[in-house]
Write a protein that binds this ligand. Structure first.
Ligand code: FDP
Length: 417
């Protein structure tokens, strides 16, 4: 890290110190009583400082190199911002991600900005309510589900680095014709929690990025039939979460926050509405190892398995401390998971008598969130095994999910065992 030092004429009370490493980068101030040089702030190495000393001596000024930490310049400037773009470039420079992935992630951040503005203006621009169609899973599509899917897909397509996209809103994964390098496989839910839209409650986009795989490249010139190409795409999309290169979500709430991992911790960026830039606000997020908040749709309690009912009853037992767990449930995975990441606790969507695999989708909900949970020191489980180890058999496959603080997830696993 760059340090700050002063180079000054000696006084009896300031002992001369020699740096351990003479090439250390630093900023320093040269000041002299004689010779016309009064106080010059410089950035450079200690060698630079020594050359100034030599010049001072040649001018007949008697001065000694005295190095002291600066009290003022170590402070971070209030104007210093780490934007998502700058952060991605740093990751690229340090070899964590390549240039292609940087472009894919930038195009996702652009999609998120556009969706954020659509969500904010939904009530004004007649984008609330249903579209009139149902998606492949039989759910009513909201107008914003459809528009957000368009936005997300077109940003990824125009990045030129995405080979296949799989969305909650598309029946099957699609090969991208515009792709000319990279060929990443991107899975996403463009607008999760969209049943909250009309009430202006939090929603979010979730995404996961997999390595490009051979055999699923969109080449419209070859003889491969579309059917075969679609098959290839499905095969390539159906990868376990442990193969994820990057994952994240963007939450549309009182602020717009993009939370992201490229496999080296989890970082959160808040959209500055004035600059239109995501700014690093949550560096290296860690989920507390335990937490007394649970987030389940308890309306389904009567449909749950007895073991799960017992777990839930015990959470509500005040016990010797006199304080039971607190319930918090927005009904929007991104919002509920974001709170769990920051405050600790557990989010769960269990199986029930109606839905034996729960409600959430493995590929574009449970796997990306579990990747983030693990990167933040937490856990994602289906009650018995690590979500990231589940090999998807279908694109829109559902799995039960228990996610959050490690101790809390292990606790529910014990009840279910
Ligand atoms: P939504 O249907 O509004 O899109 O998976 C979708 C999801 O929301 C999650 O975001 C949310 O956590 C969950 O469903 C809510 O389901 P319930 O209404 O059954 O609680």
């Amino acid at each position: 890290m760059a340090c700050s030092y002063f180079l000054s004429t000696p006084t009896p009370s300031t002992p001369t110190r020699q740096p351990a490493n003479p090439s250390t980068s630093l900023s320093w101030v040269a000041s002299s009583i004689h010779g016309g040089l009064s106080s010059v702030a410089m950035a450079g190495s200690i060698r630079d400082a020594r050359s100034v000393m030599t010049r001072l001596h040649l001018q007949g000024v008697r001065a000694t190199l005295t190095i002291e930490p600066s009290k003022t310049s170590a402070k971070k400037s209030q104007y210093e911002l780490q934007t998502l773009t700058g952060w991605l470039l740093k990751q690229e420079q340090s070899g964590v991600i390549d240039a292609e992935l940087t472009i894919v992630l930038s195009s996702i951040s652009l999609a998120c900005k556009q969706i954020a503005s659509l969500v904010q203006r939904a009530g004004i621009s007649n984008l609330t309510g249903v579209q009139g169609a149902t998606n492949v899973q039989g759910e009513d599509q909201k107008k914003l589900d459809v528009v957000s899917n368009e936005v997300f897909s077109s940003c990824l397509r125009s990045s030129g680095r995405t080979g296949i996209i799989a969305s909650e809103e598309e029946d099957i994964p699609v090969a991208v014709e515009e792709s000319y390098s990279g060929n990443y496989v991107v899975v996403f839910d463009p607008l999760d929690g969209s049943s909250n839209i009309d009430a202006a409650v939090s929603t979010g986009s979730i995404f996961g990025i997999y390595r490009p795989t051979e055999g699923c490249l969109a080449n419209l010139d070859d003889d491969t039939s579309l059917d075969q190409q679609a098959q290839n795409c499905i095969m390539n999309v159906c990868q376990p979460g442990s193969n994820l290169l990057a994952a994240g979500y963007c939450m549309y709430s009182s602020s717009v926050i993009m939370v992201l991992s490229v496999g080296k911790g989890v970082h959160g960026f808040t959209l500055d509405p004035l600059y239109g830039e995501f700014v690093l606000t949550h560096s290296d997020i860690k989920i507390p190892s335990k937490g007394k908040i649970y987030s389940f749709n308890e309306g389904n309690y009567q449909l749950w398995d007895d073991k799960l009912k017992k777990y839930m009853d015990d959470l509500k037992d005040p016990g010797p401390s006199g304080k039971p767990y607190s319930a918090r449930y927005i009904g929007s995975l991104v919002g509920d998971f974001h709170r769990t990441m920051l405050y600790g606790g557990i989010y769960g969507y269990p199986p029930d008598k109606k839905s034996k695999n729960g409600k959430l989708r493995l590929l574009y909900e449970c796997a990306p969130m579990s990747f983030l949970a693990e990167q933040a020191g937490g856990k994602g489980s289906d009650g018995y095994r690590r979500v990231l180890d589940i090999h998807p058999e279908q694109v829109h496959q559902r799995v039960p999910l228990y996610i959050g603080s490690t101790e809390e997830v292990e606790k529910v696993e014990k009840y279910l065992a």
